[in-house]
Design a protein around this ligand. Structure first.
Ligand code: GAP
Length: 472
């Protein structure tokens, strides 16, 4: 990579303590622990009323950039359950595993490369069966003796049909990518796309992670936003790889993530996933360190080539310009919808002082904000004011997410909307009944503007349109 990288130690996270975000998320209805009334279930989180809006907006923004605004990428939505042979052929049954160690006294299990003292280890070290003794690693909980590492496969298994035997085993997909590969021929024939072209997909994936954690950063059920770009072999992949890298970084930046908290990191050869010839991650400076946000992978002809061999289908592409038949190579952009939403949320969070009081603001991009506008009455005791509020809000709702709130005094209502990132508030007061004008308050600048009540919807939709990134 030629681009200058930020000094990793000099970059502070946007919030020092993750608990601030976890507590905001719970209190305001972004994210709840799953099955909480039963004590919760580890590594699964539920999105609340605001969280589902945020995540849907993130997915929409990704789809717009990756499919809607491009001529060379189309979408699919494949099943989570697939023929089990898919996962044998893809290499996941054999190789999709992490190194697991177990404490002999307390029986706690850990992912070896997440233990304290393993930060600098290479993947070659991690695969060394003697590594626990060599580094004298012990259980972080009780200092007990740890076992030698064994490979733990991350795929969830279940049974299809009424008989629970070996022949009925199917897997919950650990990546969406395979659904795009097995549909390569269907998509090419039905759309008549010529190389290079891509297949994009958003959907749930499942991994039985050994050590999930850090809120929604690593879960066992999560959502991916992946795009498989089919290209001519070798040079085609090298070119596409270099083109997609800056594009994917630019997407996060355009939606508001601070550039200095983003960086690229290339995988070392011994760190590459079983399918990858080259991989570069977009990383973000989370409160718990620099971590992967998205991976850009050159998967070569690993997937299509293996599926062609194993299924007997001809998955070659015929290029009439050169009269060649070949298996296309793939450049993949693999992002997480939860991780992206989490990143936008953390990076937008700020606390500031306004007239001697703390103001918490989620300065999130208007396109991603759960509510775009809140309509507020200055006096809820005046029925004409409340009625005008509802008329404005109902008109807005035909175009975008708008809410009415009268459960506190105006100052408090503004603060509540600031905290959940609502870019604009519309206030109706006594004068509005006389002159037909209302006040529009901007979340970030806190400036106020008087406009005609009849113009509000147009004003907001114009602002939203102007803010929307283009040509990403
Ligand atoms: N198809 C390639 C692939 O799945 P990956 O790097 O394993 O590559 C891609 O995953 C993205 O999916 C990650 O960058 C991350 O954003 C998201 N992701 C992966 N595992 C996750 C987990 N356990 N919890 C939340 N997001 C996850």
């Amino acid at each position: 990579m030629t681009e200058p990288q930020p000094d990793p130690n000099a970059v502070a996270p946007s919030v020092a303590n993750l608990d601030v975000i976890v507590s905001l998320a719970k209190r305001r209805g972004f994210v709840f622990p799953s099955s909480e009334i039963y004590g919760g279930i580890n590594a699964v989180w539920d999105y609340g009323p605001l969280g589902v809006e945020l995540k849907n907006n993130v997915k929409r923004a990704w789809w717009r950039a990756m499919v809607q605004e491009r001529d060379d990428v189309v979408g699919v939505d494949a099943g989570i359950l697939m023929h089990p042979q898919v996962w044998v052929t893809s290499g996941h049954v054999g190789s999709f595993s992490d190194p697991l160690v177990e404490c002999a006294s307390c029986r706690r299990r850990y992912r070896l490369d997440e233990l304290p003292g393993t930060e600098e280890l290479t993947q070659t070290d991690i695969k060394d069966p003697e590594i626990v003794d060599r580094l004298k690693l012990t259980c972080p909980a009780d200092g007990g003796k740890l076992s030698a590492p064994r490979r733990f496969n991350l795929m969830f298994k279940t049974y299809m049909g009424p008989v629970e035997d070996e022949a009925a085993i199917v897997y919950l997909r650990p990546e969406t990518a395979q659904g795009s590969y097995v549909n390569f021929k269907n998509v090419r024939e039905s759309t008549r796309k010529k190389l290079p072209f891509g297949i994009a997909q958003i959907g749930k994936s499942f991994r039985n992670e050994i050590s999930p954690g850090n809120f929604v950063f690593r879960m066992r059920e999560f959502e991916q936003m992946e795009m498989q770009y089919f290209v001519r072999p070798r040079e085609g992949a090298a070119t596409a790889f270099e083109e997609w890298l800056p594009k994917r970084m630019a997407w996060y930046e355009a939606y508001g993530v601070t550039r200095s908290r983003l960086r690229f990191r290339e995988h070392a050869p011994d760190e590459l996933a079983h399918y990858a010839k080259k991989a570069i991650d977009v990383e973000y400076r989370f409160p718990f360190g620099w971590k992967e946000l998205e991976g850009i992978h050159n998967r070569g002809d690993w997937d299509l080539g293996n599926h062609a061999k194993a299924s007997g289908e001809n998955l070659e592409y015929f290029d009439p310009a050169t009269d060649e038949h070949f298996i296309p190579w793939v450049v993949e952009t693999a992002a997480g919808a939860d991780r992206a939403a989490f990143t936008f949320l953390i990076d937008a969070y700020r606390e500031e002082e306004v007239r001697g009081e703390k103001r918490v603001v989620l300065g999130i991009h208007p396109d991603l904000a759960p509510y775009k506008v809140a309509v507020l009455p200055l006096l809820k005791k005046r029925p004409e004011i409340v009625e005008l509020c509802h008329r404005i809000k109902d008109d807005l709702k035909r175009q975008t997410m708008a809410v009415y709130d009268d459960t506190a005094a105006i100052g408090k209502l503004y603060r509540r909307q600031d905290e959940i990132g609502t870019p604009w508030c519309v206030t109706v007061d006594v004068d509005s009944l006389e002159d037909g004008n209302v006040t529009v308050r901007d979340r970030d600048a806190m400036t106020q503007e008087r406009i005609s009540a009849g113009q509000v919807t147009r004003y907001i939709t114009d602002k939203l349109d102007a803010a929307r990134p283009r040509g990403l």
